[in-house]
Design a protein around this ligand. Sequence first.
Ligand SMILES: [Zn+2]
Ligand SMILES: [Zn+2]
Length: 299
Amino acid sequence: MKTSNLAVELLASNPKVNSAQLFYLGAKRKINLAKSIPFFAFHATALVSLFFIDYSLPLIALCLGMYFLRMFGITAGYHRYFSHRSYKTNRVFQFVIAWIGSMSLQKGVLWWAANHRHHHKFSDMPQDIHSPVQSGFWWSHVGWILSTDYDETKWDQIGDLTKYPELVWINKYHLVPPILLGVGLFLIGGWNTFAWGFLISTVLLWHGTFTINSLSHVFGSRRFQTTDTSKNNFVLALITMGEGWHNNHHCYMSSVKQGFYWWEIDMSYYVLKTLSWFKVTSDLRGPPLHLLETKKITK
Ligand SMILES: [Zn+2]
Ligand SMILES: [Zn+2]
């Protein structure tokens, strides 16, 4: 980790400064143009492809299918399992869900989980790496990913996961699953299948996921008092398979359910619950609603 002079001075004057504070102070908070080129080129290719591809129901269904499959990998895998350990599963499914999440081209599972744990520790505080309050909307949405500030996996946040060599492997070679997916789709169905199933689907998936770091801290309602600006948002919950209940989640992050009540649609939870009937998942942790009553915001 690179640290700025300010960070070094701070550490010298106060040995209690922790690594997260140093991490923030060492950050330049600027996007790196060279690193951003593949990201923008991917968007441009997806956009241009819209003018040349075929349009049909099966192709659009493929696009949506690849979107929701990989969104599940992110929400049920990267987020609710690896970041929060809110349910249990076997080692094979643990790797499968890491693989599906990796297909979303959102970097490695351990990198993602470590950054996310850091976000919960410092939500909307100066150390938060993607807070719209601290650093602006676009930074929280995409800027932080395009900077070189946070490229390193924060190993100190994920000691419970590094004992699995297959997770360390897939974290390092996180580009293998998406490349195999893209090549596979092209070999199966040619350019149309590749464009709908990979290019367009991935761009939608990126921005669908990013809304949780940006819009979910800006638009929506707040049920619970939390130390951050997290909101509950029905529309975001639909496009992110339940992650839009972000205020619920910040209030009680250990719950596998993010929709705390029956009317709060949470597709990821429904799938995980279904998998528990087949013994693939177990120990699904729910929110202790009676304890959370005291945190409710009363008008
Ligand atoms: Zn958040
Ligand atoms: Zn979380």
